[in-house]
Design a binder for this molecule. Structure first.
Ligand code: MF3
Ligand code: CO
Ligand code: CO
Length: 269
């Protein structure tokens, strides 16, 4: 399978599912408090997607080759968990940072987005890492326009993260998205400007950099899904689903509660 360019009809559906995914994060925000379990957050999001939005939660029973079916409806990655954290009985406590990753399916199309949440008050370092990861996402988004290369995205992100003394996870990446959850191309969050495939109008893919406060190395827990930093340093991630337009990009997973592009990053030429 090669990279698909979406039709106007598909783009319309991707706008709908993308906004719905963002709205799940808006909905869950007031519940992310000390004492709530990640399992409770999963249940609330599941019920909202299914009963209010009429969506299918894409993670539930998702089973790429080599993986056992994912057992929950969202991913909850706490502190040194990098991604794919499986919700459970663990209570969030003051000072935790947690990524909630939502993927909706509506009319057969996927919308994929994640944000960091600070539970109560966290350390300056934890706050700073969450901000840095958000800025990294937007450094990547800023590169998106027809004629740019995938490597421009990875380079911008890697440069920004490493300049701040943090590191970029290599094993997981952004991805094309549409009828399928994970499509071509792979959007890695490191690399050289000007390399990789050229972006074309009507491509849709995610950008979702995982930024570690310590070293980049990761390992998988025995549950077969949860990824953690090898050195137990904190990790942060934000994700949007992006459409390449004639003039640049459109963020498909923006919703009323999502933060806009940070003014702290300089815009691309
Ligand atoms: N939402 C994740 C991504 O951004 C993928 C999660 S796969 C799951 O690509 F099975 F863990 F849900
Ligand atoms: Co994704
Ligand atoms: Co995701």
């Amino acid at each position: 399978m090669s990279i698909t360019l979406k039709t106007p009809e598909e783009i319309a559906k991707m706008r709908v599912t993308g906004r719905l995914a963002g709205e799940v994060l808006d909905y869950i925000t007031p519940f992310v408090k000390p004492g709530v379990t990640t399992g409770e957050l999963d249940r609330l999001c599941h019920d909202y997607m299914v009963n209010v939005q009429g969506c299918i939660p894409a993670p539930l029973n998702y089973a790429p080759s080599g993986y056992k079916p994912y057992p929950k409806s969202i991913c909850t990655s706490v502190n040194h968990q990098v991604c794919h954290g499986v919700p459970g009985d663990k209570q969030l406590k003051n000072g935790d940072i947690v990524n909630l990753d939502i993927t909706t399916i509506k009319q057969g199309y996927h919308g994929d987005t994640s944000r960091m949440f600070i539970v109560g008050n966290a350390s300056i370092q934890a706050n700073r890492l969450c901000e840095l990861a958000f800025e990294c996402l937007w450094m990547g988004i800023d590169q998106v326009r027809p004629g740019a290369h995938l490597g421009d995205i990875g380079h911008a992100i890697q440069h920004y993260a490493e300049r701040a003394g943090c590191s970029v996870v290599r094993e997981f990446c952004g991805h094309g998205i549409g009828r399928k959850f994970h499509e071509e191309p792979q959007v890695v969050h490191y690399g050289q400007a000007g390399t990789g495939i050229e972006l074309k109008t009507n491509m849709i893919f995610t950008i979702e950099p995982m930024i570690n406060a310590g070293k980049a190395a990761i390992r998988e827990l025995a549950d077969g899904w949860t990824i953690v930093t090898k050195d137990h340093s904190l990790s942060a991630q934000w994700e949007h689903t992006i459409l390449v337009t004639d003039t640049g990009y459109e963020v498909l997973t923006q919703s009323a509660g999502s933060r806009s592009r940070p003014s702290s990053i300089k815009s691309s030429p």
